[in-house]
Design a protein around this ligand. Structure first.
Ligand code: BES
Ligand code: MN
Ligand code: ZN
Length: 492
């Protein structure tokens, strides 16, 4: 079973108090410019706060948004941490710097006080979110534990205290659900099978106005969900299709979200090289993000109906696995020739999109770690958006507001013929060049006339490198902030 570590306690404050000198107070101070000598660089208003606490600035970071601990664990309230935020930094830079600070002091059991020279309410909530996301860690499998950050306070000017605190419920809900999505991605695939994921979703989404139902293998066969059946049949862990429906009493429309939930992608009989398989526990990141988004929408009581579809299966090779050249039937009747069993995400998503569309939502979004080509095209930190032009723009605008990098990609008609099959309605693999777009064109076949966008997040959903900004190593929760902002914009 999945259990989550609790978030640190969090508050906005307009004064820094030395809480009895029991725990170290760690303060981050902005510098007006990159500096080596922190003493000289401490910005004006904070110099007062520091003086009042008898703190001394001990150093500064060399670049904006990064921090360097110059002294910790000294006598209480004499610890200074100097961060390098320029006063003109964007909200996202405040967010990332706060995350870096939080990570820097993680393991000390500290009460973290962030004094970043915040001037606007937007910067305040960005810093709060960054600190909470930076404080994330995944300890489930560790026997050597270190103390987590005890509590976080963000120092804001008195005039911002009220507006900042009003926004803190959203910050907390967004952070909690980002932690949730990260935990799901980071959980080992022997612990997060499709059945475990489905059971977790039912439990986690027990909220007012949310109804969760799960189709097991038998129900999937009976319902004609041939994509799920085909992808799951090589595994001893059978597939599930989970529907999480949030329905407020007064809804301004209905959004359907479909997530790819391959709990492990070996490639199936079209097996992956060993190296490519190492990160494939993350192939359920789309489903994790969808679940986290529906829960967040319900917790915020957004006045918009949201239905999440989690397409869960494990893609394994075995004597019962789908063969290249097998023909399967997707929910709704379209037949697919499976030429490559490693193009499995589009098969479960086809089932999910077809089922979601039957309910006639106003708009349909899917999110998936769908193609290696996405990583090749946009690198590890930027997601791709394809689909109807207006929905695509709406998603990218939501991403801009949410501080997530998304880039528009086309669905060129000239690539569509490459998906033609000599025996079935469509093949699951086409041209290798433009593979991300070909995958998008395949999905397009299953959305009919419903306004739709497809997010390929193969790169940003999972960070294989060192932590940076809000992204820890491993699952990032990428997409949640964008999807939530998309819903809020529609609901407003
Ligand atoms: N899950 C992978 C895509 C992926 C690759 C995600 C790397 C994250 C990092 C997907 O199921 C896959 O294997 N796609 C194939 C499709 C191909 C066989 C048409 C790919 O991208 O190679
Ligand atoms: Mn695959
Ligand atoms: Zn996959």
């Amino acid at each position: 079973m999945i259990a989550h570590a609790p978030l640190p306690a969090f508050e906005f404050v307009d004064k820094v108090s030395d809480k009895a000198g029991k725990v170290p107070v760690i303060v981050a101070v902005p510098v007006a410019r990159p500096a080596k000598d922190g003493d000289a660089a401490v910005a004006g208003p904070l110099a007062e706060t520091l003086a009042a606490l008898d703190l001394t600035a001990l150093g500064a970071s060399e670049s904006a948004g990064s921090v360097r601990v110059t002294a910790t664990g000294a006598a209480p309230a004499t610890v200074a941490l100097v961060g390098g935020i320029c006063p003109e930094a964007s909200a996202d830079e405040f967010r990332d710097a706060a995350a870096n600070v939080a990570r820097e002091v993680d393991g000390t059991g500290a009460r973290l006080v962030l004094a970043l020279g915040i001037e606007t309410a937007e910067q305040a909530s960005a810093a709060a979110l960054g600190a909470l996301l930076g404080a994330y860690r995944f300890d489930r499998y560790r026997t050597d534990t270190r103390p987590a950050i005890d509590s976080i306070a963000v120092l804001v000017p008195a005039r911002l205290l009220k507006s900042a605190s009003a926004a803190s419920q959203r910050v907390r809900i967004l952070a909690t659900n980002t932690w949730r999505a990260r935990d799901l991605v980071n959980t080992a695939p022997n612990d997060l099978t499709p059945a475990e994921f489905a059971a977790y979703a039912i439990k986690a989404a027990k909220l007012p106005r949310v109804k969760t139902t799960s189709l097991d293998l038998e129900a999937l066969k009976a319902g004609g969900f041939g994509g799920h059946v085909a992808v799951g049949q090589g595994s001893i862990n059978p597939p599930h299709l989970v529907k999480v429906a949030y329905k407020p009493s007064k809804a301004k429309g209905h959004v359907a979200l479909v997530g790819k939930g391959i709990t492990f992608d070996s490639g199936g009989l079209s097996i992956k090289p060993a190296k490519s398989m190492e990160t494939m526990k993350s192939d359920m990141a789309g489903a994790a993000t969808v679940l986290a988004t529906v829960i967040a929408a319900a917790e915020l009581s957004l006045p918009i109906a949201v239905t999440g579809w989690l397409c869960l299966a494990e893609n394994m090779p075995s004597g019962s696995a789908t063969r290249p050249s097998d023909v399967i039937t997707i929910h709704g009747g379209t037949t697919v020739e499976v030429l490559n069993t490693d193009a499995e995400g589009r098969l479960v998503l086809a089932d999910g999109l077809s089922a979601a569309r039957e309910e006639k939502p106003d708009v349909l979004l899917d999110i998936a770690t769908l193609t290696g080509a996405q990583l090749v095209a946009l690198g590890p930190e930027i997601g791709a958006v394809m689909g109807s032009e207006d929905v695509r723009s709406e998603v990218i605008a939501a991403g801009d507001a949410a501080g997530e990098d998304l880039w528009p990609m086309p669905l060129p008609a000239h690539l569509r013929p490459s998906l033609k099959s000599p025996v079935a309605d469509i093949a699951n693999m086409g041209d290798r060049f433009g593979g991300m777009l070909v995958a998008g064109l395949f999905l397009k076949e299953f959305v009919g006339s419903t306004p739709w966008a497809h997010l390929d997040v193969a790169g940003p959903a999972y960070n294989e490198r060192a932590p940076h900004g809000i992204a820890p190593t491993g699952g990032t929760g990428f997409g949640l902030s964008t999807l939530l902002t998309f819903l809020e914009t529609r609901a407003s």
